[in-house]
Design a binder for this molecule. Structure first.
Ligand code: CA
Length: 226
């Protein structure tokens, strides 16, 4: 729902009509003090806010809105001066229109604004890092970091270290480690694992690891320092 806050009916009524014609549900109120309770009540997708209201300034209304809401605001201002526009935008307005304007143009701006709101990417969730000592793994992003540094790993290195990280302290045989990662014949399997473990260790060292994080268990396999 679009909330129109405007004390001049000669402006509000054609605007309501133009919005309705475009299928945009709207409500109209005249006073600034009606705005915050109406937005708090929910369902307001955008506010068209006159700057000069009978009970005060639209800027003050916007300032109060911004303490609890990101609802898009388009200001209607009678004064075309730059100060007004800058102040409005600094207060968190998304757009403004100078009177007189055509209702049709405002409807187009409302539509553009609503599209941007819907198209806006959701705030990215914090990366889902699972921390194991100085190492941390992001399973979704296939990333492993040591301290704060994300390691530049090949797919095999990542798979090996991820397998070790899944069970810190557990000794995983080369065959088990291979099974996680890739197909290869048994002969080259051991050497392949050893090779990647070697490059992994080198990368961990150059990332600042001062002790061996991947321990060799002779005849058994490898384990991550628990
Ligand atoms: Ca007015």
């Amino acid at each position: 729902m679009i909330l129109i806050v405007e004390d001049e009916l000669a402006i509000a009524e054609p605007l309501q009509y133009a919005l309705r014609a475009e299928g945009l549900v709207n409500e109209h109120c005249v006073l600034g003090r009606q705005v915050v309770p109406r937005v708090r009540a929910g369902g307001v997708a955008l506010v068209v806010l006159d700057v000069g209201l009978p009970d005060g300034s639209g800027f003050d209304v916007c300032r109060e809105l911004r303490t609890f809401s990101d609802v898009p605001v388009i200001f209607l201002t009678a004064r075309a001066d730059v100060v007004d526009r800058v102040l409005g935008l600094e207060l968190g307005a998304d757009d403004y229109m100078c009177k007189p304007f055509s209702p049709r143009e405002l409807v187009a701006r409302v539509r553009a604004r609503l599209r941007r709101t819907h198209a806006a990417p959701p705030t990215p969730a914090p990366a889902p890092w699972t921390v194991r000592g100085e190492l941390a793994i992001d399973l979704e992003g296939h990333r492993i970091r040591f301290r704060e540094q994300i390691l530049d790993l090949t797919r095999y290195e990542y798979t090996l270290l991820a397998a070790l990280l899944a069970r810190p302290g557990a000794i995983l045989s080369r065959a088990q480690l291979m099974a996680r990662g890739w197909d290869s014949d048994a002969d080259s399997a051991d050497r392949t694992v050893d090779t990647h473990i070697k490059t992994l260790r080198a990368k961990l060292r150059s990332a600042g690891a001062d002790k061996e994080l991947i321990r060799t268990h002779r005849g058994l396999g490898y384990a991550l320092e628990p």
